[in-house]
Design a protein around this ligand. Structure first.
Ligand code: CAO
Length: 551
């Protein structure tokens, strides 16, 4: 048994790469080539494999650290002698000066074009660090795209690493010769790029792979793809099949990792569908879509879990006393979803006022007998409907809906008003059409019929559609005020509470008056406070003197 110091091997010229994953723990037994850590540079991520089999004694790096070639990763207990760490460095290090230089892809370079002249040149796969026939797993550009030198063209993947293949020049992509799923090797043509010459020859892709002028000296021996840190896996044969566990749990290319970081997604939560359980960009998009959907349904009807909203904890209420759990009615569930949606989407403001309905009540009582003869119950509700209709005509900015495109307002030239009805199955809001054109008796009759239909469960969907505004009257039940929730896409709702007789100052003395508490909630995106003030003042004025309806 010997203790071995494990060091970061040659990173293909890359320096200060991020440790994005620690794939082992102290005490783990690993086979030679098992991933110890995963590092990521600007263009590629790669596993750093164990140089020998053994047991992890210590780990000197952690996620987020930056490492370079030769940095100590940790220590291993191995069967072998003490030379292993050195061997790794030898094996992975750049070829010594006297060693044969890596065979460069030498091609005749185009003669330097005069400044400003457009030329087309081939984009080729650079030195892949000995890898051959690697998979094209992503095409990052399309014909017509403008790219800068160094921008990723495609992402390729071998057995041990994935890497971006960067553009060797700045220009416009003319065509692509590869597609996802193809296999490419060093020197294969990726496509054509149109460049505008500044008078100098295009920059080489890399010392080893870029076309070099025929007359130019052979590039100095160096690690593969040094210009594209760390685009090549270590020289240790990266194509030997080996177990990726546990790093395989999050197996993704650098572009996907980058996107995941930008979106704040933890990659191991994403279901991989790519080859060898690779997380693809599509997987990431599917995950985000799913999360958004979840968040929306949480916001719409669930009990929390919307974007940025902590979900409600699950509580076992039986620990506090006896409970029974019953299913919610369909109406209750729909109401809950709508309320959440409206509460979260609509910036609410609620304005309050009291309408002096002393005279209205006198008139209503005076007309009660006549109404009954007609088979109609004259409550305050028909008066409220009529007054709201008049206010909607008077202040038309309340008779609108916000268009879904966020850029238009839909103005309505009809006045349909919803009336909240409390039913044993839940809240229902039937709609009375053309309220502005109907008389009080008709409204009273229709309101009663709709309330009965709602309580009997006989409303049809159409009976509950098309309202411009809603009235929610809790007057018969009680309470001195409440803040109703706007029933979007309407932009206003009137909450009516129980009238009370109060001493009001008439300029000379306090006199008893019947005051009706009103609360007007409105969507502040559609309606401004001034209009809301005018609307409620006008409505209260109509209720205070119903003769105004005649004007
Ligand atoms: N103050 C004092 N008394 C009032 C009143 C008020 N604001 N509004 C109504 N009343 C009186 C009525 O005059 C009637 O008394 P009389 O029989 O002596 O005339 C009594 O209360 C009962 O009225 P009603 O309920 O039969 O009829 P209505 O027209 O007042 O209301 C309806 C109809 C459908 C609006 C009502 O029955 C209802 O369901 N209200 C609940 C609405 C609701 O749930 N809103 C909350 C929505 S958000 O959760």
């Amino acid at each position: 048994m010997a203790k071995q110091v494990i060091k970061v091997p040659d990173l293909g010229g890359a320096d200060q790469v991020d440790v994005i994953e620690i794939a082992v723990a102290v005490g783990d037994t690993v086979a030679e080539e098992d991933a110890l850590i995963v590092v990521e540079g600007d263009k590629a991520s790669m596993d750093v494999p164990a140089p020998v089999a053994g047991k992890i004694l210590s780990i000197s790096v952690k996620e987020g650290d930056k490492v370079s070639e030769g940095d100590v990763i940790g220590e291993m207990e191995t069967e072998a002698g003490g030379e292993v760490a050195e061997e790794v460095a030898q094996e992975a290090a750049p070829a010594p000066a006297e060693a044969p230089a890596p065979a460069p892809v030498v091609e005749a370079a185009p003669a330097p074009a005069p400044a400003g002249e457009e030329t087309e040149e081939e984009l080729k796969v650079p030195d892949l660090g000995g890898a051959d026939a690697v998979d094209v797993i992503e095409i990052s550009v399309a014909a017509g795209d403008s790219v800068e030198e160094g921008d990723a063209l495609i992402v390729v993947e071998g057995d041990k690493a994935s890497m971006d293949v960067p553009s060797s020049a700045s220009g416009t992509i003319v065509s692509l010769s590869v597609k996802e799923g193809d296999k490419v090797s060093t020197g294969d043509v990726i496509g054509l790029i149109k460049t505008v010459s500044g008078g100098a020859a295009p920059a080489p892709v890399s010392g080893a792979a870029a076309p070099a002028p025929a007359a130019a000296p052979a590039p100095a021996p160096q690690a593969p793809a040094a210009a594209h840190e760390p685009s090549a896996p270590p020289k240790r044969d990266p194509h030997v099949e080996r177990d990726h566990t546990p790093s395989a749990e999050v197996y993704a290319g650098p572009a996907v990792r980058k996107l995941a970081r930008e979106l704040g997604v933890t990659l191991n939560k994403v279901k991989p569908t790519g080859p060898r359980n690779r997380v693809t960009k599509d997987d990431l998009h599917a995950y985000i879509k799913e999360q958004v959907k979840k968040a929306e349904s949480g916001a719409a009807g669930g009990v929390g879990g919307g974007i940025g909203i902590a979900p409600m904890p699950e509580i076992d209420f039986s620990q506090f006393g006896p409970v029974t759990t019953e299913p919610m009615s369909k109406i209750h569930k729909i109401t809950a979803a709508n309320m959440s949606r409206n509460w979260l989407n609509v910036p609410h403001v609620t304005q309050f006022d009291d309408a002096d309905i002393t005279e209205l009540e006198d008139f209503r009582k005076a007309m009660k007998a006549e109404a009954e003869k007609r088979g109609v119950k004259l409550t305050p509700v028909p008066f409220l409907l009529k007054a709201a209709a008049a206010a909607l005509r008077e202040v038309p900015s309340f008779n609108v809906s916000l268009h879904n495109d966020g850029e238009h307002i839909v103005k309505k030239d009809y006045v349909h008003i919803g009336m909240a009805v409390d039913t044993p199955k839940g809240l229902m809001v039937p709609v009375i059409r053309d309220v502005d054109k109907k008389g009080l008796y008709d409204l009273a009759e229709e309101a009663t019929a709709l309330a009965i239909a709602a309580r009997d469960g006989k409303l049809k969907p159409r009976d509950m559609q098309g309202a411009c505004f809603t009235i929610s009257s809790l007057g018969a039940i009680g309470g001195s005020g409440f803040t109703p929730i706007v029933n979007a896409p309407e932009v206003g709702i009137l909450g009516v509470s129980k009238l009370s007789v109060r001493p009001e100052w008439n300029g000379k003395e306090f006199v008893p008056r019947k005051m009706l508490p009103l609360a007007l909630s409105y969507d502040h995106r559609a309606v401004n406070g001034g209009d809301a003030g005018r609307f409620l003042t006008y409505l209260a004025g109509v209720l205070a003197d119903v003769r105004r309806l005649l004007l």
